[in-house]
Design a protein around this ligand. Structure first.
Ligand code: BES
Ligand code: ZN
Ligand code: ZN
Length: 499
């Protein structure tokens, strides 16, 4: 499907579906809707009224035009109340229109710039949100289907405006939206791929393929022997039970203009989390291919890094491992020595993510970045606290949190800050080592965050616990279907672009 922005009069569009937008509670049609209604001899207003159409966010109203205008059908998408309009409403409304177009199996859609009638609306940002909504709603994962769908029916999705200035602005937004969506889809594919195919070696191969042919990107791979030399006891310990070898992957992006600004993105990369000897119950294991979603978000961001071309240096780091039980696996009670020489009593082998992050965060802080952001499907406790759709942020730096929250709200990826309560540090004190890898029964997301803090060496750092939003067990919104979501990629890219 091609998406583009162009100048055009909505009443004169030869297409299968013409998309118009509407605000909840606004009686009078305005702008393009008014023009189309007139061209249809008042049918649009008449039928909407007859069907009692309410323009709630994501609601749709479809009608045939009976040859009165070149467009075969008009689809009105609801935006909710005008005063509540955000880029997320635009994203969802555009996605809703794409979903209707797919069900109908049509070839061409022309859409007005959704939300453009609202105060403070920027055509660039609106077009970006539309493209994200459309592309992400259009995503399907067919790798394991024997009958792949023939060519998708939808060929064009045009964003139209009769104002040349808006079209120029929208074209920029379309480009940005394509990058955001491409990075997100990249991450979704990695996470949806099953653990039998997406193992540590495959993550390494993926990192190599991203940097291939791109001068601004580099990757360095540390194998088991190198990890032993570095003293990466956390990564090595978790990988011990698996037949797949562990790797530490270090990606680097250097902008063309030299800079001192440096950011490190760290991802949890457990390609399958069985729990190890502290084996998970069968039901909890079913979706544990998603336990590398943090690294998928980092790889997704790197997959479009040279397009986005941020002005800061960016490092991507993850420790790729599989957490399996076996005669070689770490035992509950074993003590590991992490890369920074701190010792960890492993009381539960299912709290493995923090063991690998201990080393990757140490590695990241040695690069002396101005900020480290880690993304990890770290705790079920974070899902208990915030549910399936919201990421927990834990951080030692308020300014960094503010920046991440701005990026998160622009991208529609929901995040909420949780405290790094000092008084809970006692909960991860060990009887025999420097610390233990589990806390008490309560506040598990926070004790996990406090554990990670031991490895960042005072660098401004934010930990994003994405256990809930990384993988959707049900339909979340018009552009987030069941399965991997690619959550985090757009927040990361938006953050990097803002530096
Ligand atoms: N990968 C899991 C966390 C998880 C749970 C991610 C559900 C996505 C969905 C993590 O390694 C884990 O098992 N955490 C344990 C920690 C506990 C043993 C302290 C948990 O949350 O139960
Ligand atoms: Zn686990
Ligand atoms: Zn895990």
């Amino acid at each position: 499907m091609d998406i583009s922005a162009r100048k055009g009069d909505p009443t004169q569009q030869p297409c299968d579906i013409l998309v118009l937008d509407a605000f909840l509670g606004e009686k009078e049609l305005t702008g393009a809707s008014q023009a189309v209604n007139e061209a249809l001899g008042g049918d649009l207003a008449k039928f909407q009224k007859e069907d009692s159409f309410k323009a709630k966010l994501g609601a749709t109203f479809l009608m045939r035009t009976n040859g009165k205008i070149p467009a075969k059908r008009v689809l009105v998408v609801g935006l909710g109340k005008n005063e509540d309009l955000t880029l997320e409403s635009v994203r969802q409304a555009a996605a809703a229109s794409l979903n209707v177009a797919k069900v109908l199996g049509v070839k061409t859609v022309a859409s007005v710039l959704i939300g453009a009638g609202s105060e403070g609306f920027k055509a660039t940002d609106g077009a970006q949100a539309m493209v994200e909504g459309v592309r992400l709603a259009d995503y399907t994962f067919t790798k394991y289907r024997s009958t792949k769908k023939e060519k998708p029916s939808l060929q064009r999705f045009d964003l139209i405006s009769n104002q040349g200035q808006d079209v120029r602005a929208a074209l920029k937004g379309v480009e940005m939206g394509e990058w955001m969506a491409r990075g997100t889809v990249f991450a979704r594919d990695l996470v949806n791929t099953t653990a039998q195919d997406m193992h540590p070696e495959k993550l390494v191969e993926t990192a190599k393929s991203i940097v291939k042919g791109k001068g601004a990107l580099k990757v360095k791979i540390y194998d088991r022997a190198a990890l032993v030399k570095m003293g990466a006891g956390g990564i090595l310990g978790v990988a011990q039970g698996s037949d797949h070898p562990p790797f530490l992957v270090h990606l680097t992006y250097k902008p063309t203009k030299p800079t001192k600004k440096r950011v490190a993105l760290v991802g949890k990369a457990v390609t399958f989390d069985s729990g190890g000897l502290s084996l998970k119950p069968a039901d909890s294991m079913m979706t544990m291919k998603c336990d590398m979603a943090g690294s998928a978000a980092v790889l997704g961001a790197f997959s479009v890094m040279t397009d986005l071309a941020p002005s800061c240096e960016v490092h991507g780091i993850f420790g790729a491992v599989e957490n399996m039980p076996s005669g070689k696996a770490i035992r509950p009670g074993d003590v590991l020595t992490a890369m920074n020489k701190k010792t960890i009593e492993v009381l539960n082998t299912d709290a493995e993510g923090r063991l690998t992050l201990a080393d990757t965060l140490t590695f990241a802080s040695r690069l002396k970045p101005q900020a480290i952001i880690d993304l990890a499907t770290l705790t079920g406790a974070c899902m208990v606290a915030l549910g399936e759709e919201i990421t927990g942020i834990m951080s030692n730096n308020d300014a960094l949190v503010t920046k991440i929250q701005e990026a998160s709200s622009a991208s529609g990826e929901k995040m909420w800050r949780l405290p790094l309560e000092k008084n809970y540090r006692k909960l991860i004190k060990s009887e025999i080592a420097d610390m233990q890898n589990i806390g008490s029964r309560w506040g598990g997301a926070l004790t996990a965050g406090l554990f990670l803090e031991e490895f960042v060496d005072k660098t401004p750092w934010a930990h994003l616990d994405i256990a809930g939003p990384a993988f959707a067990e049900r339909e979340i919104d018009p552009y987030t279907h069941k399965g991997a979501t690619g959550h985090g990629v757009r927040t990361l890219l938006t953050y990097l672009k803002s530096l």
